[in-house]
Design a protein around this ligand. Structure first.
Ligand code: SIN
Length: 302
């Protein structure tokens, strides 16, 4: 048995696997398939101040080696999440991470100031990849100054470890990563989905009602590994890597690139039991390769 315990930026987990936000709701459906206590952590659906219905359908489409989504942050709002969803998750021995999103910098602060009342939250993950309506649709995560403002506001409103989840839709992700680190982020998570498009050649219209969507799945894995590698060279805070991880071997690649933990996303739709399979596969891989502690792999590629 390999020691898989992970302790990064104030976030303690029994293993480095976290199910990614937006791919496991608030855990209810997944809990019918396996014991969520097996997970290192669960990052629950992006939550906003008020309930949101999300974008009109179609809002999900399959692509070769991946999927496109433009769900538009459908969620019941922070009040319902605090009173109905998080209490359900308290029966499991896993790190519960709340992903939060906002339409303005202030909205992130208003959500964050309510989080310390939740007994079972292990960390807050800030989704800074959403459209910032007050800045003409620009994403918070593409401007280092704005990203830093969001991080520093959230940091000032909660005692929880703060994870900044970064968008890959930028020229240089390390600039954003460094700004978030300087603003007090405890951990970085990367990458969110890659802005993409599918056109239906019969109707000659975009397939998704929203036009664009975020690409995830195996298609983006090499891009994500490259960004984790580059970011690990640029910052000192720990990184949670993600982007197309479908197997234990994929996870090892992210750890070697410099991630201290990892999230699995699209694979949960294809195989809802992937998480426990990847955890046991990782343990097997480590045994086969003489790895006694998962920490030996972090940043070990050269
Ligand atoms: C969504 O609900 O639109 C997905 C959010 C995200 O990818 O950050």
């Amino acid at each position: 048995m390999t020691n898989m315990t992970t302790n990064i930026g104030g976030l303690k987990m029994k293993n480095p696997l976290i199910t990614a936000s937006g791919t496991c709701g608030y855990g209810r459906e997944m809990s019918e398939l396996f014991d969520l206590s097996l997970l290192g952590g669960i990052a629950v659906k992006g939550t906003t101040l008020e309930p949101r219905l999300g974008n009109p359908p179609p809002r999900i489409a399959e692509t070769p080696s991946g999927m496109l989504n433009s769900v538009g942050l459908q969620n019941p709002g922070i009040e319902a999440v605090l009173t109905k969803e998080l209490p359900f998750l308290s029966q499991f021995d896993t790190a519960v991470i709340l992903n939060i999103a906002g339409h303005s910098i202030e909205e992130y602060g208003l959500i964050a100031e309510r989080l310390d009342s939740a007994a079972n939250l292990a960390a807050v993950e800030i989704n800074i990849s959403c459209p910032n309506v007050k800045a003409g649709g620009m994403s918070f995560g593409v401007d280092p100054k704005v990203a830093a403002q969001v991080v520093s506001l959230v940091k000032s409103k909660t005692k929880l470890p703060v994870i900044a989840k970064l968008t890959p839709n930028v020229t240089d992700i390390t600039e954003i990563a460094k700004a978030c680190e300087a603003a007090g982020a405890d951990i970085l998570a990367l990458i969110n989905t890659v802005l993409s498009m599918i056109i239906d050649i019969e109707t000659r219209r975009p397939l998704l009602a929203n036009g664009f969507g975020g690409l995830s799945g195996p298609a983006i894995k090499p891009l994500a590994v490259r960004m984790v590698w580059q970011t690990a060279q640029a910052v000192s805070i720990p990184i949670i890597g993600m982007g197309g991880i479908s197997t234990a071997e994929d996870a090892v690649e992210f750890l070697l690139a410099g991630a201290s933990a990892f999230q699995i996303g699209s694979i949960n739709f294809h195989n809802p039991c992937a998480a426990p399979q990847i955890i046991s596969g990782l343990d097997r891989w480590c045994d086969d390769h003489g790895v006694k502690n998962i920490a030996e792999l972090i940043g070990a590629a050269h």
